[in-house]
Ligand binder design. Structure first.
Ligand SMILES: *[C@@H]1O[C@H](CO)[C@@H](O)[C@H](O)[C@H]1NC(C)=O
Ligand SMILES: *[C@@H]1O[C@H](CO)[C@@H](O)[C@H](O)[C@H]1NC(C)=O
Ligand SMILES: *[C@@H]1O[C@H](CO)[C@@H](O)[C@H](O)[C@H]1NC(C)=O
Length: 256
């Protein structure tokens, strides 16, 4: 019952000496100070209000540095990242995809050229995915398309088909124009810079950062049980997919 005492005292202060000790902008009668989070914040009594709804927790930030044709990257994206994303509420996991990986960028008299670990087709796949992300904007629009590309027999030949199934509103012509034009090069240059700025530098792909950090342990946990890792790190109320022990709520009056 600890919270009721200071509130009662504050209420008394408010009644006896209006304005004294009451936060500016708090134009509410004391019994209403805990009626909502906004009110409690305005009246500076949040810590004394036990039953306020929790503020939304920040999503867990996961960044995946990968290459479109690297088998281990495809496996992680298709078998782990995508299913985890499907299972968890959107506000819990924020994913950034950076296709580039171990590619090399060269500036040949002002013209940027890319060399990829698995050859020119991989460079094309990286650029197609970067262009798709740039065109579709919305993660929930482009991630299923990238999943479709990465899970198929060819990463680079199924764009039309994957778009038709997962994002028919996205214009494949615009993606082709991006891939063949300066936009694709600029996007790839951006990915090169972001990848080269990693600290510690990446040593292999897929390279995973969680909340901006990479450690061997986080990488191992993400690969072994991504769902478990995200559930463990998320500070908000855990959803059912996390497998918490959500006991069914009984009306308290019926307990014995
Ligand atoms: C997700 O991450 C991106 C990149 O870090 C950021 O711009 C965006 O605001 C984040 N979204 C949410 C909901 O936190
Ligand atoms: C490439 O090199 C040229 C000089 O040859 C320079 O002007 C240009 O800024 C460089 N471009 C990038 C993206 O680094
Ligand atoms: C992204 O797409 C999802 C699903 O179609 C939708 O719920 C969400 O509002 C969209 N977000 C934005 C920023 O357009």
């Amino acid at each position: 019952m600890a919270p009721t005492v200071p509130l009662a005292v504050l209420a008394l202060v408010a009644l006896v000496a209006p304005g004294l000790g009451v936060a500016p902008g708090c134009d509410y009668p004391a019994p209403r100070w805990c009626s909502s989070r906004d009110t409690a914040v305005t009246c500076k009594v949040e810590s004394r209000c036990p039953n306020l709804p929790h503020p939304a927790a920040a999503p867990v930030q996961l960044s995946l540095y990968y290459e479109s044709l690297c088998p281990a990257c495809r496996d992680f994206l298709v078998m782990k990242l995508f299913p985890t994303w499907l299972l968890l509420p959107e506000e819990m996991l924020n994913i950034t995809l950076v296709p580039y990986g171990n590619a090399q960028e060269r500036n040949i008299s002002g013209k940027l050229d890319f060399e990829c670990q698995h050859g020119p087709e991989e460079c094309l796949g990286n650029m197609m995915e970067a262009c798709l992300m740039n065109e579709a904007k919305n993660f929930s629009t482009y991630f299923p398309v990238i999943f479709c590309l990465e899970s198929g027999s060819s990463v680079t030949k199924n764009l039309e088909a994957c778009l038709q199934i997962y994002a028919p509103e996205v214009d494949s012509g615009r993606i082709s124009a991006c891939v063949q034009g300066d936009t694709g090069v600029a996007l790839m240059h951006h990915n090169a810079q972001v990848t080269d700025a990693l600290d510690p530098p990446h040593q292999y792909v897929p390279w995973i950062t969680v909340n901006g950090k990479h450690t061997d342990e986080l990488q191992a946990q993400a690969e072994a049980s991504l769902l478990g890792l995200v559930c463990q790190l998320y500070q908000g109320e855990k959803p059912e997919a996390c497998g918490g022990s959500k006991a069914p709520k009984l009306p308290s009056g019926c307990r014995r």
